[in-house]
Write a protein that binds this ligand. Structure first.
Ligand SMILES: Nc1ncnc2c1ncn2[C@@H]1O[C@H](COP(=O)(O)OP(=O)(O)OP(=O)(O)O)[C@@H](O)[C@H]1O
Ligand SMILES: [Mg+2]
Length: 236
């Protein structure tokens, strides 16, 4: 395994911290059978990557070993976002290299300067992400993650744009939907939720993000709330 330095892990605002804490607690109370969790949304830009990174970090602060996987091989931003640098110099390989058979798993797996956090970046965009997500290599990755980490968090593409997240969901124990306030319509959100349900994954809850909170004369700031809007119904 190689090592990357993450230069851009920012501090969270208070409101965000609180909701992350609630989300983390909920996940931990779901028990040992919820280990692989995907994060998706209805449309782009609702805050999936923000929530996934923050949740990952928050879980490591509780002593959990976390593998964060950027599965958005259409539009990967995580390397740039975190300003990741290969400590040994050179290229950083990613998920698309592994799923297409070009690299082995240990060549795309990076430990980080955040203790207990490892990352697999998305790699270069590929023409067939849905297809390669549904192959044996992805299963191998999930099995590896379950064996070596307490949690595997997958940052997925939005469901309104592609079915990648629904495909990845077949391999996951739970899913979280990020919903930015006032962006996607109720009908679109419910369509995305149905797509996830059809994969058979357990929907753990939703993060309502980018909530405008009135803060007297200091103006507005953004926050997020965690709630089990979809219930935590056991699958039968
Ligand atoms: N609670 C928040 N408060 C303030 N800004 C936020 C919040 N959540 C997300 N953002 C900002 O919104 C933008 C989109 O967030 P992010 O990249 O996490 O969304 P995404 O769902 O992963 O997008 P994409 O669909 O492109 O992958 C970013 O600039 C991020 O910093
Ligand atoms: Mg993202």
């Amino acid at each position: 395994m190689q090592f990357v330095l993450l230069e851009n892990i920012s501090e969270l605002e208070y409101a965000m911290k609180e909701s992350l804490r609630a989300l983390k607690t909920n996940i931990q109370f779901c028990g040992d059978d919820i280990q692989t969790i995907l994060v998706t949304s209805t449309i782009p830009n609702e805050g999936k990557s923000t929530v996934t990174i923050d949740l990952a970090r928050s879980l490591t602060e509780s002593g959990k070993r976390v593998l964060l996987v950027d599965t958005d091989m259409r539009k990967s931003v995580l390397i740039g976002r975190l300003r990741a640098k290969n400590a040994a110099g050179g290229e950083i390989y990613g998920l698309s290299h592994f799923l297409s058979g070009q690299r082995k798993l240990d060549e795309v797996l990076y430990s980080t300067d955040i203790q207990k956090l490892s990352i697999i970046f998305a790699g270069p965009s590929v023409p067939n992400p849905t297809e390669i997500l549904d192959k044996k290599y992805f299963r191998e990755l999930i099995d590896f993650g379950k064996e070596h980490f307490d949690y595997v968090l997958l940052d997925c593409a939005p469901l309104g744009a592609a079915i990648d997240a629904a495909v990845a969901a077949k391999y996951c124990d739970g899913a979280i939907m990020v919903i930015a306030q006032g962006i996607a319509s109720g009908r679109m959100i419910s369509g995305a939720k149905k797509q996830l349900e059809a994969s058979g994954v357990r929907i753990l809850g939703a993060v309502l993000n980018k909530v405008k909170i009135k803060k007297s004369e200091y103006g507005h700031y953004y926050g997020s709330y965690y709630g089990s809007y979809y219930g935590s119904k056991e699958r039968s």
